[in-house]
Design a protein around this ligand. Structure first.
Ligand SMILES: Nc1ncnc2c1ncn2[C@@H]1O[C@H](COP(=O)(O)OP(=O)(O)OP(=O)(O)O)[C@@H](O)[C@H]1O
Length: 238
């Protein structure tokens, strides 16, 4: 569903993403973990076309990642949620539904608003929303077109505990529906229960890419070790 081959992104002389290759099969949920500055956001932005890659090939569902066909297949939830100042919450949903030609969107938008406790914010303007509310609107907007592939960049940051729980619940539901999800996060335990596989990135390179149990077998010797132990082992400075 997603193929990334030899992706390089340079900022000046620095390789923020340094020749990485990976695949996501249809229906896979993959966690992208890494310390600050590892290159997680840059990788995602190159995939969704917000940053121009320096080299490499990316396809989404067999389409070039910048093609309209590919763009129709995915949603991207950025780390910093962007909302339109002068649109209300409801108008955001309407706008997304029109842009993606979604017909029966009102019921879905209503359900999502209830789930994220945005019902009383329906008529509030984007400019008057808090950071967490913007994040919730951004997640709802991404779900309205019912995309096959979802890219979440640090989705839990800025959310309150209830919204974190709801987002986890949404991940589980999306997984059951067979969606393909790449989620970058610092909150290691937030992906542990849902990720089929994790990729650990450091200095723009993939240090590990496997199921959590295989990676633990490979890199951590002690019984009962956690994903956090694995993360710390793989990303420790030599
Ligand atoms: N616009 C930019 N110009 C120059 N360097 C950049 C730019 N954006 C990111 N970088 C650098 O690229 C590297 C990767 O950054 P990136 O934001 O992708 O990391 P990240 O893993 O998402 O980090 P975090 O977990 O802190 O969000 C870092 O060294 C960062 O300083």
């Amino acid at each position: 569903m997603l193929i990334v081959n030899n992706l390089v992104k340079k900022y000046g002389k620095q390789n923020a993403v340094d020749d990485i290759s990976f695949e996501l099969k249809g229906g896979e949920v993959v966690g992208l973990l890494g310390p600050n500055g590892a290159g997680k956001s840059t990788t995602m932005k190159c995939i969704v076309g917000l940053l121009r890659k320096s080299s490499g090939e990316i396809t989404i569902g067999d389409h070039h990642h910048l093609s309209l066909e590919a763009k129709k297949m995915f949603s991207y939830i950025p780390e910093t949620p962007y909302v339109y100042d002068m649109l209300t919450v409801w108008e955001h949903f309407q706008f997304v539904a029109q842009a993606y030609h979604v017909e029966d969107w009102k019921e879905k938008a209503t359900e999502l608003m209830e789930l994220f406790e945005l019902d009383d914010k329906k008529d509030k303007l984007g400019r008057d929303l808090s950071k967490g509310m913007r994040q919730k609107v951004s997640i709802c907007c991404a779900l309205i077109p019912d995309p096959q592939v979802l890219f979440f960049d640090e989705p839990m940051i800025g959310l309150d505990p209830k919204a974190i729980k709801n987002t986890r619940q949404i991940f589980r539901k999306l997984k059951e529906e067979g969606k393909t999800i790449l989620v970058s996060t610092h909150l290691i335990d937030s992906v542990e229960s849902i990720a089929d596989r994790i990729m650990i990135l450091k200095n723009g390179k993939i240090l590990g890419n496997d199921t959590i149990s295989n990676l633990k077998k490979q890199f951590v010797q002690e019984e009962g070790s956690t994903l956090e132990d694995l993360f710390l082992e793989l990303t420790k400075d030599e």
